[in-house]
Design a protein around this ligand. Structure first.
Ligand SMILES: O=C(O)CCC(=O)C(=O)O
Ligand SMILES: [Fe+2]
Length: 370
């Protein structure tokens, strides 16, 4: 960075002070959106990540050997194609842990509406959003925040979010913010069927005859996250989301047309998941990696913000409830001729550990290792 840009490293004078910046962004709930709107010209130091953690687009490798074409889920309904789609889904879960799906039952209109709703919420005045900060929010199931775990992070992430955990319709109608309530509910409800069929298929692929009540256990809790990555003055020096794997059974993710989601291919490098109009991204989370004794991959991924446009994404995190035991399914290790690598533990224990630390790649799985 040249001396000339340094002189206006941060436009609004008072924010140059580090503790003031933290108060402004995190505690007062202005978020990175508030920072971006304050007209800053370059990235505050607190957002600069070590070089090894940054995303260099020039280092990104060609996705085609690892990421197949989007999988057509309508074929799961057709007896003659069912086997083939099952193989595609399970194969993708084993190989990369990320795939895209089309004909998934969520209409384009629903997808468009939820993306617009995310913009509407984040464009609210900061004091309105701040009403949903932890400690102020009227429901523990509706949380607005920024970065992943600001109190535990050396470097902050360039992302604000609103998380809504689905309990029941009445609770959602009462507490979810009006700006996004209906669109998020509609999105979740229309995705439910495909979530169940993708998860059932993946579990069946492990060779177990899983009945639907067993599948229900692993999809008991659903949380819709609305992620907002404001325009960033120096996206190459920071991250929108740092390297992590999800704690879920599966995550279903809607991204907009901006791009910036990268997935690690073990021993090879990073690929980008290209935006595909109308498609949804599905990724395997730690829970399914554990259940499958490592056969399915909970891939490490991360996000870069854009220097020209606000980016949004809307993952649905599908997880067991806190009192469900997770551990390799019986007989699987023997069948795969592999040692058992994960122990049995309560999902709640896994979850508390996951949210108690900053994003550190696949370290989140250590607590479950034997
Ligand atoms: O924004 C994205 O594309 C991915 C976000 C993500 O990985 C997450 O919220 O866990
Ligand atoms: Fe993620």
């Amino acid at each position: 960075m040249g001396a000339s840009t340094k002189s206006h490293e941060l436009n609004p004078g008072p924010l140059v002070d580090e503790s003031h910046l933290f108060d402004f962004v995190v505690k007062q709930g202005n978020g990175v959106k508030g920072l971006a709107d304050s007209g800053l010209m370059s990235l505050p130091r607190r957002y600069v990540h070590p070089p090894g953690e940054r995303i260099d687009r020039k280092q990104v490798i060609d996705a085609s050997p690892y990421l197949g074409a989007p999988i057509d889920l309508s074929m799961l309904e057709e007896e003659k194609n069912k086997e083939k789609v099952m193989r595609e889904l399970c194969g993708a879960a084993e190989k990369l842990g990320f795939f895209q799906v089309v004909n998934h039952g969520v209409s384009l209109e629903v997808l468009e509406r939820v993306k617009e709703a995310v913009h509407s919420f984040f464009n609210l005045p900061p004091e309105k959003k701040a009403g949903y900060l932890k400690g102020r929010t009227p429901s523990p199931n509706v949380i607005y925040g920024t970065s992943f775990s600001p109190e535990n992070e050396e470097s902050l992430e360039w992302k604000d979010y609103l998380s809504v955990r689905y309990m029941n319709d009445d609770e959602a109608m009462q507490f979810w913010p009006l700006e996004c309530r209906d669109a998020a509910l509609e999105y979740l409800k229309s995705a439910n069927k495909m979530i169940h069929s993708v998860l059932s298929t993946l579990l069946q692929g492990l060779g177990e005859e899983v009945d639907s009540s067993a599948v229900n256990l692993y999809e008991e809790a659903k949380m819709v996250n609305m992620n907002f990555y404001p325009i960033c003055p120096n996206p190459e020096l920071t991250v929108g989301v740092g390297r992590h794997s999800d704690l879920t059974a599966i995550t279903v993710l809607l991204q907009d047309d901006i791009g910036g989601l990268f997935v690690k291919v073990e021993d090879k490098g990073w690929i980008e998941i290209p935006p595909v109009q109308g498609a949804l991204v599905v990724n395997i989370g730690d829970t399914l990696e554990i259940l499958s004794n490592g056969r399915y991959k909970s891939a490490e991924h991360r996000v870069i913000a854009s220097s020209t446009k606000d980016r949004v994404s809307v993952p649905i995190f599908v997880t067991p409830g806190p009192f469900t035991m997770i551990g390799p399914l019986p007989g699987l290790a023997e069948k795969d001729g592999k040692p058992v690598i994960y122990r049995q533990l309560l999902f709640g224990e896994y979850q508390n550990n996951f949210f108690g630390a900053s994003h550190q790649g696949k370290k989140s799985l250590d607590i479950a290792k034997i």
